[in-house]
Each structure stands twice: as structure tokens, then as C-alpha cells.
Design a protein around this ligand. Structure first.
Ligand code: SF4
Length: 487
């Protein structure tokens, strides 16, 4: 089950990976179906949310089996692996690490015996009180030794150590003690559970199969397994699914603060959040960008693929023709093959290649979703100039990212964020563009059609809706640091 080197797969694109999402989760309760295969395809649809590791747990009613490994969903599972994962219900996970490093032991679902059976759990988000929770676990189990170093491992231990009559009762005790962002799917031998934090930072939806039920991070994953969208799991809600159907309970009052960045970049364009299709929202953001930052130009091109809908909106609103100026190699990105020095030097070219015949001699508007460190945009501007662009006007479909995210997205540390130290003109100079424009926060929020009170926009404003760790230097390795200090 374990890849021999136990290592993270390599990011062949260089250092600037852009914002990284913090996982996709999927769960299915469907006796008689091949639940492992449904979960595989659900995770396949959620691959963009986490590419470091993947795992599936299944239960046949008596026993839970889990299989997980480092890599993409398609790298981790073979047909044979899936055939061994028999059962009536399953949970699955694809991971990008936000607490704990990217190693096999930290891959999910986590598994833990309890006094009433076994618990398997998958988490999207990031807890902000992991240190306090770790102390609680230590009190409940003095001999507790952590295998993994994730907030998910701590949460699983806390659930398993409750002196309750079943998992449902444990969840109702533990969920109110968790702070931060969490969209969870978990299971015991017979029941599938799903829960969302009181702010609903990360998405989580419920779908219906002919023979059962599905929960997933995004509605697009329901479409791909043939499930009909039923509704979003509400902030502060716990649902339990078994032979008696779906039971819902609210363990906290909802205080919605959905992640604004899901609309900009993270979610798939064919997903729907809060009733809005993400593609349509991104087109509207692009139109808003054109109104706020017009340009004299011959062609609008996207940075594929996340910049595509906003570029379409920009072109439509401005009347400037839309074209493909950069071709994306979708299948490069993560591989277990360590790139050679020659390949590494190609950097962004592995991922994007300019179409010289489209670009040469033209004034180009290039639309991207965000600027994190600026390295990607600098490389793109250089590449477009080399391909003969006369002018390059960079347009960004989010406001400047100035603050780190503590709720499940790994942008960079504050010091690494280019907009933290530089103003827009300085960033323009740094990336080498002829002009640079970011959409305004108000313009972005208007395009989502969600009221600003119901959204988190902390990475743009620094106003964090959920208390963040006092020691901001505590990063994703905080549990490893604690262990190294012998606590
Ligand atoms: S800080 Fe930014 S990325 Fe993080 S949850 Fe808030 S809006 Fe989303």
C-alpha cells in the first residue's frame, strides 16, 4: 500500500505554485453499488482540490478497509485495488497539506478504532485551535502517541475517545469544540456522516443516487457519478445517512462565511455554490474587470484554464476579440519523476506554451485569476514578449492577495505575497507588464451575488472572521514543531 520512498510527488513547475487548495472529500452510502468505484470517480472530479495524496475507505457493514497513497487519484488506485474495497458505503479524500507535511502517514481518510466500532474520516479545511485540541486528546488518552501530524488526526482521535453511545453522539459533543474551517465526511461500519463548520467556509453538498446518497466537496462531483444535486449541507449541520435515510441535526447556529476564493479560482467552473454557477460568476467578474480597468488592445487571452471564463467576460464587455494565446499542457504538473536540471529550467513552459502566430505584433490583454508571489505572471509576460507581443496588459480577476489564509488554502507566508510589500505600480514593474489592473473587492463580491456579510475575504482585507492562532508563526508544521520540542 505504501510507495517505497514515501515521498511527496514533485512539482515540476518550479516554486510558484499559486494558491493550493486544501482537499476534496467524497462520501457515498449505496448498498449494492460499487462504492469504491463511485468514490474513485468522485475524487477524480475533485482532483484539482488536492494532488498530493488520495485515499478511500469502504465498509461492508462488518469491517472498514482503507487504501491510501501519495499521488494523483489515478496514480494511487488500480482496478485491482478498487476491487478489494468492497462494501455498502465509502469515504474518500484527495489532499493538499495545510496542517502537517505531505507524507503517507498524513494521507486520509484517517482510521481509528473506537469502543463502538471503527471510524474513518476525511477533512477539507483547516482547524485554528489544533493545539488546544491536541491537549484535550492527551488528557483523554495519556498514552496517546500521534502517528500523523494533522489537525484531521487530532479530530479523529477526539471523536474516537468520547465516552458516547455512538459516533453520532460523539460528533455532537466534538463538533462544537472545533474552531476553523471543516467540511467533513466520516463513517463507521454502517453509517455515513457529513458535517460542516458553523461558517460553511468550505463547500459541501448532498446528492441523491437511485440507490442511495452522496456527499461531495463540489456539485460537479455529483454530476460525474450520476447523482442529482439535493442541497448544500448547511453551516453548523450534521447529517447521518443509513438504512433509515438522511437525518439532519444542527449542532450550531449558522454564521455563513463562505470562501470568496472558491468563486475566483478554487472550485470547478461546472460547480454551483450558493445557487450560482461558478463559470457564470467568473464571466461576470471578467466583465466587471473590463469596466474597472479598460485597455486599448487587439486581443484578450486567458491564462488557461482558471483565467478562461474571466477573459471571456472581459472580451465580451470590452468588445476586444477573445483568443487562445497560451496552450496549457494539462497533464503536466505533478509527477513522481524528478525533473532533470534542463527540464526544470524550462519552468513555466512545461505548463504553458505561447501561440506565436496569434500573439505576434499584437497588443494583448492577458487575464489571470490571482497573483501570489508574482513569479508565474513574470514568466508569462516574458514568454509573451518573446512570442512577439507589442504590449501586455495584465488583468487579475481578484483583488491583491495580501494576507495568508488560515482556513484551508495555502497561498504563501505573508512575507512571500508580492502585494504585501508592493503597490500595484510596483507589482506591474516587477512582472514587466505595460499595465496591470485588479478587480475591486466590491466588484468581485457583486459578481458572486452573495452578500458581503456571508463571505470570507480575509486574504484580501486581513479581516479574519474566525479567530486565528495567536502565534501566527505557527504554520502547517505546528504539530511537528511541538513534537520536536518534546511536548
Ligand atoms: S482567507 Fe481567502 S482563501 Fe481563505 S477562506 Fe477566506 S477568502 Fe477563502
Amino acid at each position: 500500500m505504501r510507495r517505497p520512498d514515501g515521498l511527496l510527488n514533485h512539482n515540476v513547475l518550479g516554486e510558484d505554485k499559486g494558491p493550493q487548495d486544501a482537499c476534496g472529500v467524497f462520501g457515498v452510502w449505496a448498498p449494492g453499488e460499487e462504492v469504491a468505484k463511485l468514490t474513485f470517480y468522485g475524487l477524480y472530479a475533485l482532483q484539482h482540490r488536492g494532488t498530493e495524496s488520495a485515499g478511500i475507505a469502504t465498509s461492508d457493514g462488518e469491517r472498514i478497509l482503507v487504501y491510501k497513497d501519495m499521488g494523483l487519484v489515478s496514480q494511487v488506485f488500480t482496478e485491482g485495488d478498487l476491487a478489494t474495497l468492497k462494501g455498502n458505503l465509502a469515504v474518500g479524500h484527495c489532499r493538499y497539506s495545510t496542517t502537517g507535511s505531505s507524507t503517507w502517514v498524513n494521507a486520509q481518510p484517517t482510521l481509528r478504532p473506537t469502543k463502538y466500532g471503527t471510524l474513518a474520516l476525511a477533512h477539507n479545511g483547516n482547524l485554528t485551535n489544533t493545539g488546544d485540541l491536541a491537549e484535550l486528546v492527551q488528557k483523554l488518552e495519556a498514552t496517546y502517541t500521534r502517528g500523523a501530524t494533522t489537525d484531521t488526526e487530532i479530530m479523529t482521535a477526539l471523536l474516537a475517545l468520547q465516552d458516547s453511545k455512538n459516533v453520532e453522539a460523539s460528533a455532537l459533543t466534538v463538533l462544537p469544540q472545533l474552531e476553523g474551517a471543516f467540511s467533513l465526511v466520516f463513517m463507521d461500519e454502517r453509517t455515513l456522516y457529513a458535517a460542516r463548520d458553523r461558517h460553511g467556509v468550505r463547500p459541501l453538498v448532498l446528492g441523491k443516487l437511485e440507490t442511495g446518497w452522496v456527499v461531495a466537496s463540489e456539485s460537479a462531483a455529483l454530476d460525474i457519478v450520476g447523482a442529482a444535486f439535493v442541497r448544500e449541507i448547511e453551516p453548523g449541520e450534521l447529517i447521518c445517512i443509513d438504512a433509515n435515510g438522511v437525518r439532519s441535526q444542527h449542532w450550531a447556529d449558522a454564521q455563513p462565511k463562505g470562501c470568496l476564493f472558491e468563486y475566483v479560482y478554487l472550485a470547478r467552473p461546472d460547480t454551483t455554490i450558493a445557487g450560482s454557477g461558478i463559470h457564470k460568476t467568473r464571466v461576470a467578474i471578467g466583465a466587471q474587470l473590463a469596466r474597472e480597468h479598460p485597455a486599448e488592445a487587439d486581443l484578450v487571452i486567458p491564462v488557461p484554464e482558471s483565467g478562461t471564463p474571466a477573459a471571456i467576460g472581459y472580451a465580451k464587455e470590452s468588445g476586444i476579440p477573445y483568443g487562445m494565446g497560451l496552450v496549457k499542457n494539462s497533464y503536466v504538473g505533478r509527477t513522481f519523476i524528478q525533473p532533470s536540471q534542463t527540464i526544470r529550467q524550462l519552468g513555466i513552459r512545461l505548463k504553458l506554451n505561447p501561440l506565436r502566430e496569434i500573439i505576434e505584433g499584437k497588443r494583448i490583454v492577458v487575464v489571470d485569476d490571482s497573483i501570489v508571489r508574482g513569479n508565474t505572471q513574470r514568466a508569462i509576460v516574458r514568454m509573451l514578449r518573446e512570442a512577439g507581443a507589442r504590449e501586455i496588459h495584465v488583468r487579475i480577476s481578484s483583488p491583491p492577495v495580501k494576507w495568508p489564509c488560515y482556513y484551508g488554502i495555502d497561498f504563501a507566508s505573508r512575507a512571500e505575497l508580492i502585494a504585501n510589500g508592493l503597490d500595484v505600480q510596483e507589482i506591474r514593474r516587477s512582472i514587466g507588464a505595460d499595465s496591470l489592473g485588479y478587480v475591486s473587492l466590491e466588484g468581485l463580491i457583486a459578481a458572486t451575488e452573495v452578500s458581503s456579510e456571508k463571505l470570507c475575504s480575509a486574504c484580501f482585507t486581513g479581516e479574519y472572521p474566525i479567530r486565528i492562532p495567536e502565534d501566527l508563526s505557527e504554520g502547517k508544521m505546528r504539530l511537528e514543531i511541538t513534537e520536536a520540542h518534546g511536548h
